[in-house]
Write a protein that binds this ligand. Structure first.
Ligand SMILES: Nc1ncnc2c1ncn2[C@@H]1O[C@H](COP(=O)(O)OP(=O)(O)O)[C@@H](O)[C@H]1O
Ligand SMILES: N[C@@H](CCC(=O)OP(=O)(O)O)C(=O)O
Length: 375
């Protein structure tokens, strides 16, 4: 199957719509554009794609609503514009998706939300639950509370971290150019479009510059960096023009020579497992009973509390623990969904009992199979 053909079957897409498209002429949101992109995303959902939308446009829409003609430079004015404009942005998506009977959910994130392990896991389970419910998450940076030091700044980086968060198969970055050119087409009319390339190809660095349009942030440089970040979880990226007719549905159909495909070396699950195998420090150990050892080793299942008979170490939710058999041999390692004290209370118990023992339930599994590698 060609790399383009993989888009025809991939299941989870993060779609980023940039400021350059959403607010092309600086007079508020591009309403006809929104009609078109929402109709295409609805068609994707009907084909079974789980869509997570990362949308810019809050500051520009806020400027329009407040009657400001120039982007302010003071942080507090930018924050005010973002707060006003985010209302318009969400209304724009909510009303359009509602016509197709699809619910939307607003998620505003800061850098801290994705770097603190606990908040990361919480954001991850919230977005996953929304997807399971068939809801379209509409994500933007929480511009009103971020300071310069902790900003994503451009939404390309945010979209890449969201792709990591949900282990997306594909990240689609829609912008005002046909894709990544070998130099900025705004200044070089003879620039050539890159069709398909390995995301880590070193020659790309010299091509993707940080010159952006009047309303965008970051230019192609942040898009290339985003594609490389996304590749850490095995996600391949397409950079394409949101002005091209039926761009999303044509990409879904596997059309060749459309936008630039920056492909990752590994598939999402393999990339995650490699990261788990080599990455984190072990914070504790879970001793498993024979039945649990068997289902982990032979059936590739998740670890449930009922199969654990001993706990050592002091670990937090989301940290890495070793799973050992009765002789102390490590058989697997993975990210645990409960902290050490909680595991001591729920070990040996069926998952249905977790809520009555702890008073809440985070996940039914102690370690989900996607977060575990056999050793
Ligand atoms: N090699 C390149 N190929 C394509 N565009 C480039 C390149 N280098 C810089 N750019 C600039 O990046 C701009 C898109 O980035 P930006 O304005 O930040 O858009 P967005 O708001 O969609 O993120 C293009 O309009 C183009 O001028
Ligand atoms: N969070 C900001 C968007 C930041 C931004 O412009 O990003 P980008 O679309 O990457 O150029 C907003 O909603 O106005």
């Amino acid at each position: 199957m060609s790399r383009r053909q993989q888009l025809t079957t991939s299941r989870r897409w993060v779609i980023k719509i940039g400021s350059a498209l959403l607010t092309g002429d600086g007079t508020g949101l591009n309403q006809p554009g929104l009609d078109d992109w929402v109709a295409q995303m609805t068609a994707l959902v009907e084909q079974g794609v789980e869509v997570v939308l990362v949308s810019s446009g809050a500051v520009a829409e806020g400027m329009c609503r407040l009657g400001w003609s120039r982007r302010p430079s003071e942080l507090h004015h930018l924050q005010a514009a973002a707060a006003v404009g985010q209302m318009g942005l969400i209304q724009a998506y909510e009303s359009r998706f509602a016509r197709a009977n699809l619910h939307t959910a607003q998620i505003l994130l800061t850098h801290d939300d994705l770097t603190s392990r606990k908040r990361y896991l919480n954001a991850r389970s919230a977005v996953r639950s929304l997807l399971q419910l068939g809801v379209i998450p509409v994500i933007n940076e929480n511009d009103t509370v971020v300071t310069d030091e902790i900003r994503f700044g451009d939404n390309d980086t945010l979209a890449a971290l969201v792709a990591n968060l949900v282990e997306a198969d594909s990240l689609i970055i829609l912008t005002d150019q046909q894709g990544l050119y070998d130099c900025d087409p705004r200044h070089h009319p003879d620039a050539k479009l890159i069709d398909e390339v390995l995301v880590h190809e070193a020659s790309l660095d010299a091509m993707a510059t940080d010159s952006a349009g009047a309303l965008g942030r970051g230019g192609m440089k942040t898009k290339l960096r985003a594609a490389r970040l996304a590749a850490r979880s095995g996600t391949s990226t397409v950079i394409a023009s949101g002005r091209e007719a039926r761009i999303l549905t044509r990409l879904r159909a596997g059309e060749e020579a459309l936008g630039s495909l920056l492909y990752a070396e590994q598939a999402p699950l393999a990339a995650r497992k490699q990261w788990l195998a080599g990455h984190l420090q072990m914070r504790g150990r879970l001793e498993l009973d024979e039945g649990a050892v068997r289902v982990l080793c032979h059936s590739g299942r998740s670890l449930l509390a009922v199969g654990v008979r001993g706990v050592s170490g002091d670990f937090a939710r989301g940290e890495m623990v070793a799973c050992v058999d009765a002789e102390g041999r490590e058989i697997a390692r993975g990210l645990v969904n409960y902290n050490a004290d909680e595991v001591r209370r729920i070990m040996g118990q069926p998952s249905e009992a977790i809520e009555s023992i702890l008073g809440y339930i985070d996940e039914p599994e102690l370690i989900h199979r996607d977060n575990m590698v056999l050793v």
